[in-house]
Design a protein around this ligand. Structure first.
Ligand SMILES: *[C@@H]1O[C@H](CO)[C@@H](O)[C@H](O)[C@H]1NC(C)=O
Length: 522
């Protein structure tokens, strides 16, 4: 009986396990390293499960990997250095949107112009893929690969949802409590902040539809003409099977999602930290009771390029502390380096944050760094530079596991006192531990979740049953503007009719009255 039951169980489960190995095309050409760091473990996990992954990216594997083929697009670096310096310059919102969108147009074009892409992917019928996975980041033209290969498409957003990501699956993000990333607001906004959020989002939306989409449309028609003749881009970018978000309610704030939008915040995190390299380990072990501070500004901002005055403030502060400091510094020499500071161009960040002797993380507040510090329960001092970093640092402050400083205006005293507060007052570390416990309490790891949903889409041929009907409505119908307009018109009609009748009646009554009066007088 038991045997029969388990046999039945196996039979029932069979369709789930019988998924054939799929051919997957992944497109992640963004030249900043953190985006690819975020997704590559997920792509490798798919390869390890037997799927054949072809990955268009800017950071090819150093060693060959089974079932994993790189198409390196190193051309994307050509325009990358400018964006890092220019994006912090003064711009109004329209210019800012143009600037960001132009950058993505350049990146998208670079993908289509790449020799290997042109030779192996673009010719119709040359290759086939069962699934397309793209970085959903303002690059609509290459969503065209879904039509080109007649395959379902999955988007990965490495910074969570925004209005543009929402439109891929018809998700609703009330502007009253879901802030635009770039505003730096949290989910609790004042009236003025809500006003700003509404206006900024509307401008971004208009800019995207009026300026950006026509260019993407052109690229799509130029490089994937056969697909473009069959399916318009505006249908493709509303037909995503799944969107995976590098976000989680325990990391940011709770919010609604449609069923094919799944949170996989911390996709890159491995749950088994590796031992530290020998020299770093010795330095960390030698820190005694005081412990270690880890300082890194991430992979884009170089701390060797910080103004000398800022660096001096930091060095003086570090020299005065009983803690030891690991500083990700991109030069061999750091003049005036105190003996309690260890510099290196690279650190195994997750393994360092996992170390019990590490007490504080001084960070630029990038999303991956923020998630890692929460995962390992370490308080942060945020020194944000651009984009979502301000928001991440503000959230850390709001949640109570960190504090932020403006690296441009802070004094040495600010820096020193903030570090001491974070180390001495226990609530910061306690809050970080609590956040960590909440974040880790999930039925499957983010990576397992991502793989499971990806295979779900494969098993159910694009899983069209998850797609909300809102995706087939136009703008007016979706927002019920047509209905509201009809009701308003109806109400207006009734009101006018009422006024008209009242006027008529009054006139009639008045006329009749005076008439009778006149009549009586006679
Ligand atoms: C939308 O996606 C589904 C599932 O992948 C697919 O069957 C359908 O053809 C797509 N429609 C368009 C217009 O691309």
């Amino acid at each position: 009986m038991l045997l029969l039951q388990s046999l039945l169980g196996v039979l029932l489960l069979w369709p789930l396990c019988s998924l054939e190995a799929a051919r997957i095309l992944a497109i992640f050409p963004f030249p900043g390293p953190s985006q690819y760091i975020n997704v590559v473990p997920y792509l490798k996990a798919l390869a390890a499960r037997g799927h054949e992954v072809t990955s268009v990216n800017a950071f090819p594997q150093k060693k060959p990997l089974k079932n994993f083929r790189d198409i390196p697009v190193l051309e994307v670096f050509d325009n990358y250095d400018d964006i890092i310096t220019q994006v912090s310059g003064p711009m109004n919102i329209w210019e800012e949107n143009n600037f960001i969108n132009e950058f993505f147009v350049d990146t998208t074009r670079a993908v289509f112009l790449n020799k290997e892409v042109q030779e192996t992917l673009l010719p119709p019928g040359k290759d086939h893929f069962d699934l397309i996975i793209v970085e959903a980041l303002r690059s609509d033209a290459y969503y065209g690969f879904a039509a080109h290969f007649n395959a379902p498409i999955i988007g990965v957003s490495t910074f969570g949802a925004d209005w543009n990501i929402d439109e891929l699956v018809g998700n609703a993000s009330p502007l009253s409590y879901i802030p635009l990333q770039t505003t730096g607001f949290t989910d609790r906004m004042t009236y003025r902040q809500r006003l700003t959020n509404f206006v900024d989002t509307s401008i971004a939306w208009l800019n995207y539809n009026l300026v950006h989409m026509p260019v993407q449309e052109e690229l799509y028609q130029k490089y994937l003409p056969a697909a473009a003749a069959r399916v318009p881009l505006t249908e493709l970018n509303r037909n995503f099977s799944l969107v995976l978000l590098n976000q989680h309610f325990s990391l940011s704030f709770p919010r609604p999602y449609v069923p094919n939008m799944i949170e996989v915040g911390g996709l890159h995190i491995s749950h088994t930290p590796a031992p530290l390299p020998k020299d770093i380990d010795e330095f960390v072990q030698g820190s005694g009771q005081a412990g270690v501070i880890y300082f890194s500004l991430g992979s884009n901002v170089k701390s060797k390029d910080l103004p000398v005055e800022t660096r001096e403030k930091m060095l003086k502060t570090f020299a005065s502390l009983p803690q030891r400091v690991l500083w990700k510094f991109e030069d061999d020499q750091l003049p005036g380096k105190p003996s309690n500071v260890f510099i290196s161009k690279w650190f195994p960040q997750p393994d360092i944050l996992a170390h019990p002797k590490v007490k504080l993380f001084i960070t630029h507040g990038g999303l991956l760094s923020t998630i890692e510090s929460i995962h390992h329960g370490k308080p942060v001092l945020g020194l944000p530079f651009f984009y979502d970093q301000f928001l991440n640092v503000e959230r850390a402050r709001q949640a109570g596991f960190g504090l932020g400083l403006d690296h441009k205006s802070m004094t040495q005293q600010d820096f020193q006192q903030t570090i001491q507060r974070l180390l001495k007052e226990p609530q910061f570390a306690e809050k970080a531990q609590q956040m960590s416990a909440r974040y880790r309490d999930q039925p499957m790891s983010p990576q397992e979740t991502a793989v499971w949903w990806t295979e779900y889409v494969l098993r159910h041929k694009g899983a069209p049953h998850m797609r909300v009907a809102g995706q087939d409505l136009n703008f007016w119908a979706y927002h019920s503007i047509d209905v509201i307009a009809t009701l308003l018109a109806g109400a207006l009609f009734v009101f006018i009719l009422f006024v008209f009748l009242l006027f008529k009646l009054a006139k009639l009554a008045g006329f009749g009255h005076s008439k009778t009066k006149k009549h009586k007088k006679q």
